[in-house]
Write a protein that binds this ligand. Structure first.
Ligand code: GDP
Ligand code: K
Ligand code: MG
Length: 297
């Protein structure tokens, strides 16, 4: 097609600013899990938005932050490398008026790259309109932002405009992915992530960072529409295992039934799921296990 534009856009920003929520909003479907816990997103997820004028491939990176263990280091290095390789960087912030230590660190990283940066002020549904200007004023002199766009990822406010403006900044290029494709994530991985999301949301603060989910089996049952899924939640300690299972298996049951509902929606078919819990001590410091769990893409 004539003048078709295409390119890559990355989202950076503090944990919990709403990066995954924005991705899901832009494609109208949940492929990136969200929660109120930091570091929910561990690997690069490509989300694809295709319009008549062009195609944008979004890369949902893990947050830029000071690493505490190997998985953390891996997550930071992915985010920083991505900044240099994309056509536009979206820096998402929450509408608070102070520029914190973490923001300063991000600004330093941005100064190292020549890639155009948009400042995206998310969650504008949480404050009165006139206060948005205060936020803009605070940030606008910190960096040569190409655009400053207030949005609500949750409610879809200004998100269409964001797409239109982004397309202006992309070079002419090929359509990288088929127009009906919205993500590069394999179904198995999406299923594992949905289970992890339900666990993150149900468990207390100290456990979630130490869990991973592995799909042991995902198969169509013969002569029926049912998909059988066996999955294992990996945790780091025996005490965690007991909490994840809960009294007479009640916690595991809750996680399982919440996840199953969404997985059925995702796959468009009935699902029969069995969940297991296993301990793998210190898995977050093992390169082998990080790769094995699919968090290294
Ligand atoms: P991420 O860590 O940057 O990927 O953040 P998430 O997308 O997981 O979102 C973190 C939390 O912020 C979730 O509870 C979201 O529902 C919430 N959130 C995201 N965007 C908005 C928004 O525009 N408005 C409001 N009120 N909440 C939002
Ligand atoms: K999060
Ligand atoms: Mg996220």
């Amino acid at each position: 097609m004539k003048n078709f534009k295409s390119g890559f856009v990355t989202l950076i920003g503090r944990p919990n600013v709403g990066k995954s929520t924005l991705m899901n909003q832009l494609i109208g479907q949940k492929i990136a899990i969200t929660s109120d816990k930091p570091q929910t997103t561990r690997n690069r997820i490509q989300t694809i938005v295709t319009r008549e004028e062009g195609q944008i491939v979004f890369i949902d990176t893990p947050g830029i932050h000071t690493p505490k263990h190997k998985l953390g280091e891996y997550m930071v290095s992915v985010a920083e490398k991505t900044l240099r390789e994309v056509d536009v960087v979206l820096w998402l912030i929450e509408p608070d008026k102070t520029i914190g230590k973490g923001d300063k660190y991000v600004l330093e990283q941005l100064k190292k790259t020549k890639t155009p940066v948009f400042l995206i002020i998310n969650k504008i549904d949480t404050l009165p309109k006139e206060e948005i200007f205060d936020v803009i004023n605070k940030y606008k002199d910190q960096y040569d932002f190409k655009e400053i766009i207030p949005i609500s990822a949750l409610r879809g406010e200004n998100t269409d405009d964001l797409i239109k403006i982004l397309l202006k900044y992309l070079p002419e290029g090929p359509q990288f992915f088929p127009e009906d494709m919205i993500t590069d994530q394999p179904e198995r991985h999406l299923v594992a992530e949905l289970i992890r999301e339900k666990a993150l949301r149900s468990l207390s603060q100290e456990i979630p960072h130490g869990i991973a989910v592995v799909i042991d089996k995902m198969k169509n049952r013969e002569n029926s529409d049912i998909i059988d899924i066996d999955a294992t939640i990996i945790c780091e300690k025996d005490s965690h295992k007991r909490i994840i299972i809960g009294k007479q298996g009640s916690m595991l049951k809750k996680i399982g039934s919440q996840a199953r509902g969404e997985i059925e929606g995702l796959l468009g078919t009935k699902v029969f799921m069995q969940l297991w819990v296993k301990i793998k001590k210190d898995w977050r410091d093992s390169d082998f296990l990080i790769k094995n769990f699919g968090y290294d893409q």
